[in-house]
Ligand binder design. Sequence first.
Ligand code: GCO
Ligand code: MG
Length: 419
Amino acid sequence: MNTPSPSESARPGSHRDREIVEARVIVTCPGRNFVTLKIVTRSGVYGLGDATLNGRELAVASYLQDHVVPNLIGRDAGRIEDVWQFLYRGAYWRRGPVTMSAIAAVDVALWDILGKMAGLPLYRLLGGRSREGALVYAHANGRDIGEASDEVGKYIEKGFLAVRAQCGVPGVKKAYGIASGGRPYEPAESELPAETVWNTPRYLETVPRLFERLRADHGNGVELLHDVHHRLTPIEAARLGRDLEPHRLFWMEDATPAENQTSFEIVRRHTVTPLAVGEVFNSIWDCKHLIENQLIDYIRTTIVHGGGITHIRRLADFAGLHQVRTGFHGATDLSPVTMGAALHFDTWVPNFGIQEYMFHAEETDAVFPHDYAFRDGRLHVGDTPGHGVDIDEALAAKYPYAPKQLPVARLEDGSMWDW
Ligand code: GCO
Ligand code: MG
């Protein structure tokens, strides 16, 4: 390790000022669980990173607390790339959602520190503004087609230019994406997973009718999206994509599980409905074949589960070479810290497509004060140095961790299926 010269340590932002003196993991549940890493430098400047992995939060908290934090103390917070390589290559065990979420938390906290020390918002560190705001899509859902259409109408009235639509499927109890009891949709609702039942034929009948109705009710001026949530086989996904073509979707998301990247060749061969995938990926290697063979149109892997800004920037650049655009995951289980960092990224990245935006609960927003704001169908970042999201630790301490897991899905005969 280099030892800074006395003159260097006297300058603000010198190595000694940047030395990491403390890193702590904050687990809180203001409406839902979040794991946050706070890294503090000798100068008192701190940075925040999100490490939330829905339903598996404590695995990442322990990975950070027990295995990463001891490695951070004494390091130079300005060596963002070296710290990334140290945590990725140096762990020997590479990739995976737990590891990559932990690395992301460190990486985002260090970029936040860099911005604060430089007095610059994150998007300026990345290369500056490419657009005035990030186009976002909201989530509309309803128990049936009529209710879903009314919900889409409400979002259009609020100024949204793009809306994801999901509706109940006759005969399917607890369809994906449908809110119950007038509350916003939040899938991780019980300590042990809720059991849901899936029926592919009923679903394939319903979804094209939903979008036919949405176009009839709302015209072509709004972008419409749909999330299949990994439920179909490749050939079923191909058929749905084809049936949806007349309704001009912005994208069909997670049409089939994507561990086997070549399965998207089947979907692509049969439909021109644009394809989005990747919210469960955590590395460029999960989508290399999909991108270089132009089997998808949008990559959804985002900062928190994909190794932070340092890795997602590489992924986005690689995607850009193949005309694949970003469409970052932005469900409520990604904390405002991820949303802030993602919006700075969206403001800069040349091959930006769209950003998902589900609103956080009021308690969440109170624990994580932030400066991004919705205006005219887009989210706009502020000019606060760093990513612009803070944490109220005293308030966070009032919301203890509450274990919750995501649901599982079974077919009607009891076989496990993909949720
Ligand atoms: C989306 C996602 C979410 C996930 C959730 C899991 O497109 O927003 O599919 O709804 O199910 O993030 O934790
Ligand atoms: Mg999704």
